[in-house]
Design a protein around this ligand. Structure first.
Ligand code: ZN
Length: 296
């Protein structure tokens, strides 16, 4: 399994920063942003090395979906297997690239079916030095929300980084199957900000746009796929927007059958801010409708 990538080696010494997009095949802003970095980074001004992977999961991208044909989520399959299915092989190859890095940024979005409030996140690993570096990178990236979550979740790209002691962050920017130019700009800017923070090139850093930083040490914090499940299979009509504040029991929306005769309420299970919202109307019973960021 060969994952298409570009290395840009700077004129001076410095760390190896890995930036990946397309771990999920339907997340497009990261792919466009990393392609722009490949085109625009001048090695003469760079200290160290950039390893740029616009589409980590090419099989999923070509499938036009979050996952490849085998249905395995690459972000649940790491570190993979060299002789497994296409996603297991991709996970294996990607894990080797991650272990070879000194720092790592993994860019995501909500994909085709979700939208996510722009944020950067990291694992609250026990190693204080790594945790501090990750927090610094996440703040430097400069999206409105910074979110530290459970380090024990397995299968992720960031789980591989954790096990290898590589400071790593991820980012999210809307989704809904779009490729928002503002999201591409924000991702290019964010990567340049982190590069400057790591002293890989000279740049005057912009003013901080971070509005909210939260560390949630609870078990499975940050697992977005297990919150506020759809009560039935049907058509989801949201009653909230991304960024809204809700209280436990407030309506997130309803799920109806085809004729709109069976209408089942979906009350919020938590109090906090809506940071992920389902935007693809057809839902299966159990699908996540929303993720609420709780104050902890
Ligand atoms: Zn993703």
């Amino acid at each position: 399994m060969n994952i298409p990538s570009r290395q840009i080696t700077g004129a001076a010494d410095g760390p190896n920063l890995l930036i990946t997009g397309g771990v999920h095949g339907d997340e497009f802003e990261p792919m466009a942003a990393i392609r722009r970095l490949i085109k625009e980074i001048d090695p003469a001004n760079l200290r160290g090395r950039l390893t740029l992977v616009p589409v980590a999961n090419e099989a999923a991208f070509l499938h036009g979906a979050r996952t490849a044909e085998d249905g395995l989520d690459l972000a649940r399959t790491c570190p993979g297997a060299p002789d497994g299915s296409v996603t297991e092989q991709t996970a294996y190859a990607l894990s080797q690239i991650i272990r070879a890095a000194d720092y790592y940024i993994d860019l995501h979005t909500g994909g085709t079916i979700m939208s996510v409030l722009p944020l950067t996140g990291y694992k609250l690993v026990p190693d204080e030095a790594v945790r501090q570096t990750q927090r610094r990178m996440a703040h430097a990236f400069n999206l409105p929300l910074v979110w530290g979550t459970d380090y024990r979740l397995e299968g992720r790209t960031l789980s591989v980084a954790r096990d290898a002691g590589v400071p790593a962050i991820y980012a999210e920017y809307l989704g809904s199957g779009l490729c928002d130019p503002a999201g591409v700009d924000a991702y290019v800017e964010g990567c340049l900000n982190v590069m400057a923070e790591l002293d890989m090139f000279d740049r005057e850093q912009p003013q901080s746009r971070v509005e909210h930083a939260i560390d949630d040490f609870r078990e499975s914090a940050g697992h977005m796929q297990i919150r506020n499940p759809a009560p039935i299979t049907g058509f989801f009509e949201p009653h909230v927007q991304l960024g809204d504040m809700v209280t436990t029991g407030d309506s997130l929306g309803v799920v109806t059958d085809t004729l709109g005769e069976n209408v089942i309420a979906a009350p919020s299970q938590e109090t906090g801010q809506v940071i992920v919202l389902r935007t693809f109307s057809r839902v299966h019973a159990g699908d996540t409708l929303a993720v609420i960021l709780e104050e902890v």
